[in-house]
Design a protein around this ligand. Structure first.
Ligand code: ZN
Length: 239
């Protein structure tokens, strides 16, 4: 594990999934980068400690002609220093190419995650039964974070049951039913993460809001996020 305890003790906030290139110095953020944008962004010039690289379902091609080449390029990107996760990747029933193509890419991502010991950061819209069944069948052992959760409480329950980590941002924290569920089931906190995604809100405010709606002490929340970070990315060589 490369992230030392003293390094971690200096961290105040962890942003598990963000597209923001600016962040507070005491924040540890996982910056999500689209594979196609990687060449224009020299990772070494970015101060972020960690990155995820992936092929977002919205930006997948409409044919499978290049799937092997795309995944080979992704495989190389995942071996760059500080890249700890594949993401965001996933399934979106409302946007992106045919679900058959999204599922084929997802399957290839699972193979890469297993081969390279990476966590998967997942974008999922109206495809939770498919996601859960893929996990059960092909990847019950891999670490998966469903980011920006904004679905039904029943789905949240199923995700937690199947050992997914689930990340909340500003929209999830406005959902009374989700917040109520978390308050009633504090044991699920070991699977909950916080994120800014592409919102304009900073992670400190997300923490404050989470502490308020979950009725949780903010210091305790910070500690839990650190523990969850370590366990979610435990297989990565860089953490
Ligand atoms: Zn995102």
């Amino acid at each position: 594990m490369k992230l030392s305890t003293s390094e971690l003790s200096k961290i105040e906030f962890i942003d598990f999934h963000t597209h923001r290139k600016n962040f507070l110095p005491e924040t540890l953020s996982v910056l999500s980068i689209e594979l196609a944008d990687l060449q224009n962004l020299a990772l070494d010039n970015l101060d972020h400690k960690f990155f995820s690289v992936g092929l977002h379902p919205w930006r997948l091609p409409s044919t499978m002609d290049n799937i092997l080449q795309d995944c080979k390029t992704l495989g190389k990107a995942l071996q760059l220093p500080k890249v700890i996760a594949i993401g965001e990747i996933g399934l979106d029933a409302l946007r992106g190419p045919d679900m058959k193509i999204q599922k084929a890419y997802f399957a290839e991502n699972i193979k890469l995650a297993r081969k390279l010991n990476k966590t998967l950061i997942i974008h999922c819209v109206r495809s939770y039964p498919e996601l859960i069944s893929i996990r059960k069948q092909f990847a019950p052992d891999l670490n998966m974070l469903v980011h920006g959760f904004n679905s039904k409480v029943k789905i949240l329950e199923q995700l937690l049951e199947h050992d997914f980590y689930v990340s909340f941002g500003s929209i999830s924290l406005k959902r009374d039913d989700i917040c109520e569920y978390i308050r009633q089931n504090p044991e699920c906190f070991n699977r909950i993460c916080l994120e800014t995604d592409d919102s304009g809100i900073n992670i400190e405010d997300i923490y404050k809001r989470a502490a308020k709606v979950f009725e949780f002490d903010i210091q305790e929340l910070k500690q839990i996020m650190k523990t969850n970070f370590i366990s979610l990315f435990r297989d990565s060589d860089s953490v």
